[in-house]
Write a protein that binds this ligand. Structure first.
Ligand SMILES: NC(=O)c1ccc[n+]([C@@H]2O[C@H](COP(=O)([O-])OP(=O)(O)OC[C@H]3O[C@@H](n4cnc5c(N)ncnc54)[C@H](OP(=O)(O)O)[C@@H]3O)[C@@H](O)[C@H]2O)c1
Length: 262
């Protein structure tokens, strides 16, 4: 599939992996629709990419943590009149802490963003892709999605397990259609995530090496363009992925309980 003159929608493009996806897709000649809540960050990125690559960049300031956020976003995308050829469902948050210690509304917003918005954006993007018999979807899960559970970040681990399972199933449904779905499962990566989530103080982030966001995004895009269903970047992460999925899964729950402490 040619990427030149195609349009890619990237959620969570204002920092971290999302900004790197945007830069890499711009370098491949894609027009971009960049989505996040921080308008100034998106604007700054858009200005740089437009002048460096002679591409069109639209920014949409949107909170995907609200109910029906994907429907509202898609209405804006349709209004813009450009078909989405590549959907990068990257925006995501996770909150560190015991389940009952985290504000209930914050948990609800996490699920709206990590699970509902991601799913519904696929639901909106797919029919026109299937009609054109071409399209790429990259859903960003996490190595956490391959674990038995995450005591201390239970909702985040479960949400990423959902993204992994959903995308695996979707990828199989799409086989032969010309459209592909890929799930990227990064390990700990240097972005704003550790600060926003509060996970930076945990052993997980203090002890494990942090991958470079550009490299992770690049390997994710390569897997997406190759039409792979699941991609775990990095050798150590591949080992941790296998370890997390091995029975009995209660072992990985205990390991994670240890790693998700300060
Ligand atoms: N960093 C890691 O160690 C790691 C590991 C595995 C997986 N991941 C996954 O990678 C993805 C990208 O995260 P990152 O590491 O790049 O973290 P990040 O630097 O914190 O980026 C998160 C992005 O999501 C956006 N976002 C957050 N809440 C949003 C909302 N309610 N509506 C719209 N956009 C929202 C943020 O933009 P605004 O704040 O401007 O809205 C930001 O652009 C996430 O899905 C995360 O779970 C990260």
């Amino acid at each position: 599939m040619q990427t030149t003159k195609q349009t890619a929608l990237v959620t969570g493009a204002s920092s971290g992996l999302g900004a790197e996806f945007a830069r890499l897709l711009a370098a491949r000649g894609c027009d971009l629709i960049l989505v996040a809540r921080r308008a100034a960050k998106l604007e700054e990125l858009a200005v740089g990419l437009k002048s460096a690559h002679s591409i069109k960049v639209e920014i949409i300031t949107h909170d995907l943590g609200q109910p029906h956020a994907a429907d509202a976003l898609w209405a804006k995308v349709v209004q813009g009149g450009r078909p989405v050829d590549i959907l990068i469902n990257n925006a995501g948050i996770g909150l560190a802490g015991e389940f009952t210690g985290i504000d209930a509304k914050a948990t609800e917003a996490t699920l709206e963003l990590d699970v509902v918005a991601l799913t519904m954006l696929c639901r909106h993007a797919l029919p026109p892709m299937l009609e054109r018999k071409q399209g790429r979807i990259l859903n960003v899960a996490s190595l956490t999605g391959m674990q038995g559970g995450g005591p201390g970040m239970a909702v985040y681990y479960a949400a990423k397990s959902y993204v992994l399972s959903f995308t695996r199933g979707l990828a199989r449904e799409l086989r032969g259609s010309g459209v592909t779905a890929t799930v990227l499962c990064p390990g700990t990566t240097r972005t704003e995530f550790d600060t926003v989530s509060g996970a930076g103080k945990l052993r997980l982030f203090r002890w494990l090496p942090l991958a470079d966001a550009r490299k992770v995004a690049e390997s994710g895009l390569n897997a997406m363009f190759a039409g792979r269903a699941v991609h775990v970047p990095g050798l150590l992460n591949k080992v941790l992925a296998v370890a997390g999925e091995l029975p009995p899964r209660s072992i990985s729950v205990e390991v994670n309980r240890f790693l998700l402490r300060s």
